[in-house]
Design a protein around this ligand. Sequence first.
Ligand code: ATP
Ligand code: MG
Length: 322
Amino acid sequence: MREFTGVRPRLKWHIVGRSSHAGAVSNTHEPPDTPAELAKALEDTGYLADDGLATAAFLALRMNRPLFCEGEPGTGKTALAQALAEVLGAELIRLQCHEGIDASQALYDWDFPRQLLHLRALEAAAGASAERLDADAVEASLYDRRFLIARPVLRALQTAPSVLLVDEVDRADDEFEAFLLEVLTEHAVTIPEVGEVRAQTPPLVVLTSNRTREVHDALKRRCLYLWLDHPDVTREIAILRSRLPGLPERLAGQVAAAVRRMRQLELLKPPGVAESLDWAQALQLLGARELDMDSAAASLGAVLKYREDADRVRDQLDAVLV
Ligand SMILES: Nc1ncnc2c1ncn2[C@@H]1O[C@H](COP(=O)(O)OP(=O)(O)OP(=O)(O)O)[C@@H](O)[C@H]1O
Ligand SMILES: [Mg+2]
């Protein structure tokens, strides 16, 4: 694997309004001068960043380095990439990792059925005109770009501006990590039949991991690292109210406080922000003005997803709701 030695071009910074389509870039601005400016832009999309997060994302942008986000489920890792894409007016291109994922799912593949149809058409045309097919020419025509299926990594290299979200990289295996490392370092790939595809403007790369396994140091070394924790109660209330505009402040406070206590109970699956949002929404739909024993018991399935966890919380519901 080669070390990257060149100077990478700076990402162009596009800011579009909330309702703008990702592809429709209306304005081009200079990058934010401070993490606080970035935090404000993220907030305008509904994503609330604390200082540490805003600083890490700001540096990733300004240094053109991938941002490696680790944290418990539901702490806003994926949503961060989505919010950054919105702020940048960039296309969000997502690569969902899973066990056994390989380069043909991440990079490119050939459209085999269309190649076969093309071959049949060539044979039919040659048969009609009684001409012999030139095998080399046929092969070359089969590996034309129009039969190339660009998977997320290739699409991100070809799209500017773009944010490449490599989601749940800990689910992929070692060989895939090595492949990713090479692409992230080079911002280019070589397709034997087509040649090199190099990004004019490298995508902003956000990798996420739930830390089900450690990702190799070599990959981490190329990234800026960000650990996302569950938000504190004040921030969680702000997130709930930003995502669910009609939510009464009191109910938001009660949900945030109860969820915080649940997280201290060593449950099988402690609730993340996603669960507190679901819970608050469920309570709203049930017409609950506040979180009491009855409304909590009725809606517990929105926040706890294991029977053991639900039993445990039900046993001490009064303490959780204090
Ligand atoms: N700081 C935040 N500001 C606004 N919304 C947030 C924030 N953090 C989390 N959320 C919301 O919480 C939900 C869960 O977030 P997300 O899916 O990004 O979590 P995750 O860390 O990727 O979880 P997982 O590891 O399970 O994939 C989303 O609806 C997201 O919008
Ligand atoms: Mg996620």
